[in-house]
Design a protein around this ligand. Structure first.
Ligand code: URP
Ligand code: ZN
Ligand code: ZN
Ligand code: ZN
Length: 493
């Protein structure tokens, strides 16, 4: 019997901490050796001239999520994870959304039923808490956290999701008691409603006005409020999809006070601006870029780069939230109702497949960030924040063999026709990048090669994650951390 199933030979291995040329020995889906020269495998993969990166982890992805209106998400777990694999991402943290009146357990069961046997990469769920009843807070949430659903998202806006301050505090307190990590969508509901209604009264209804209905001050105020609630309850939080300087200032202020506040940003905030919502003649095409918070301006983009460089922003996720632009059954962004006001345009854009290439090109190729920083922002920090490290997010003996073979010099133009997602458009049509994934490996198996995703839905497993208290142990006790993943269950069964 061979020592290894596969050896990846001669690539430049990059982690969040270092880079070196070595061979990677893989056995039973795990990395079992790293050395200058390995031999004895059934399969050799030549990686010379390429970078070998930990598979991307995208910790902010919406799949198969229902909307309150007629719109339908353009990706289910099959197409969304196929798109992820194509782009070099091997772990997707999607959301299991609790509808109002629904039990959390039921919501989780629904999402498992949707993901079961359909995933091309590994997945895990964050919960979305929209109805924090005494039953949810007292029983369901604590039990689910203990069972490995160790993070959840709360919203400070959206009619069907918004929690008031009292509810936020109650939910935060449960997270604190059980070691869960809370992601906060920080935009102020009342201010957005006030501004939206004013714009509508003035006849300002085109998609562009979506950006004016939620200016940076709305995000800054909610960010400050979320931080204050976190301080009151003594919990760490993650401020997701930070769009510009004002929210960043609040996060720096919180850290200076010694609070544990992490922060995420997304490709849209370094590449798009509100002007993208304002197509020629203020027409409807701008709806393709409607997401919340909205993309801002060049000054905000510069502030986001500064935050990425100085470590204020630790997570770079896609916030993949895919809708069709045009859909004959009225399930997309362009509907008669949405044309009456920006308020009815579904919020969100597709981006799970283009996330790595955009950050690599704009960041590494243009000399703004190092390779190691790129790996930290796209993989390692996600694993650390959400209870998957060191099983995921690094290249080390004992870790899952989730790898991307990356050509740093390859030039590509992003085109809808070559992407694998379900949407009928990409916001980055025609965007030129330098650096592209050549192959993606999930637990030792090639799942994408030269843009072709192997048609094996069911390769992806469901990942049970650690709570933040268990995570502290995982960071120092390697063997304990790794033995815990025998708990992981396969979606495919
Ligand atoms: O516009 C966005 N980002 N839609 C997705 C939902 C969310 O708030 O993350
Ligand atoms: Zn959000
Ligand atoms: Zn989101
Ligand atoms: Zn399996």
């Amino acid at each position: 019997m061979m020592a290894f199933d596969t050896i990846v030979k001669g690539g430049m291995i990059v982690t969040a901490a270092d880079r070196y040329i070595a061979d990677i020995g893989i056995k039973d889906g795990r990395i079992t050796a790293l050395a200058a020269e390995l031999s004895g495998a059934d399969e050799l993969i030549d990686a010379s001239g390429l970078l070998v990166l930990p598979g991307g982890i995208d910790s902010h992805v919406h799949l198969s999520q229902p909307s309150s209106d007629a719109s339908v998400m353009a990706d289910d777990f099959e197409s969304g994870t196929r798109s992820a694999a194509a782009g070099g991402t091997t772990t997707v943290l999607a959301f299991a959304l609790q509808k109002k009146g629904q039990s959390l357990r039921e919501a989780v069961a629904e999402y498992h039923a949707q993901a079961d046997g359909k995933c091309h990469v590994d997945v895990s769920f964050h919960l979305i808490i929209s109805d924090p009843t005494p039953q949810v807070l007292g029983q369901e949430l604590p039990a689910l956290i203990e069972a490995g659903y160790s993070s959840f998202k709360v919203f400070m806006t959206y009619d069907d999701l918004v929690l008031n301050d009292r509810q936020l505090l109650e939910v935060f307190a449960v997270a604190g008691a059980h070691g869960a990590t809370v992601m906060v969508h920080a935009e102020g509901y009342d201010a957005i409603r006030f501004l939206s209604e004013k714009l509508e009264r003035e006849g300002h209804v085109a998609p562009y006005y979506h950006a004016l209905s939620r200016p940076e001050i709305v995000e800054r105020e909610a960010t400050h409020r979320a931080i204050s609630h976190a301080e009151i309850t003594g919990i760490p939080i993650v401020i997701v999809h930070v769009s510009g300087r004002e929210a960043l200032e609040q996060i720096r202020w919180a850290r200076a006070r010694g609070l544990k506040v992490s922060a995420e940003t997304c490709p849209q905030y370094i590449t798009l601006t509100a002007d993208d919502l304002r197509d020629l003649n203020m027409g409807f095409e701008g709806a393709k870029y409607v997401c919340s918070p909205p993309p801002r301006d060049a000054e905000s983009q510069a502030a986001i780069w500064q935050g990425l460089v100085d470590g204020t922003l630790e997570l770079f996720s896609s916030d993949h939230c895919p809708f069709f632009f045009q859909d004959e059954d009225g399930r997309g962004k362009d509907t008669p109702k949405a044309r009456t006001s920006f308020r009815w345009v579904p919020n969100g854009i597709p981006g799970v497949e283009t996330r790595l290439a955009i950050l690599f090109s704009e960041g590494v190729s243009k000399g703004r960030i190092s390779l190691e920083k790129f790996v930290a922002l796209t993989a390692t920090n996600h694993a650390r924040t959400y209870g998957l490290y060191p099983r995921k997010g690094t290249i080390a003996v004992g870790s899952d063999a989730d790898l991307v073979l990356w050509d740093p010099n390859r030039k590509e133009t992003i085109r809808q026709e070559t992407l694998h997602h379900g949407s009928d458009y990409t916001p980055w049509e025609g965007f030129e990048v330098t650096g592209w994934p050549i192959a993606t490996m999930l637990r030792g198996s090639v799942v994408m090669e030269n843009g072709q995703v192997l048609n094996r839905p069911g390769n992806g497993h469901y990942l049970t994650r650690y709570t933040s208290s268990a995570q502290a142990t995982a960071n120092v006790d390697w063997s304990k951390a790794l033995s815990a993943d025998t708990n992981q269950s396969s979606i495919t069964g």
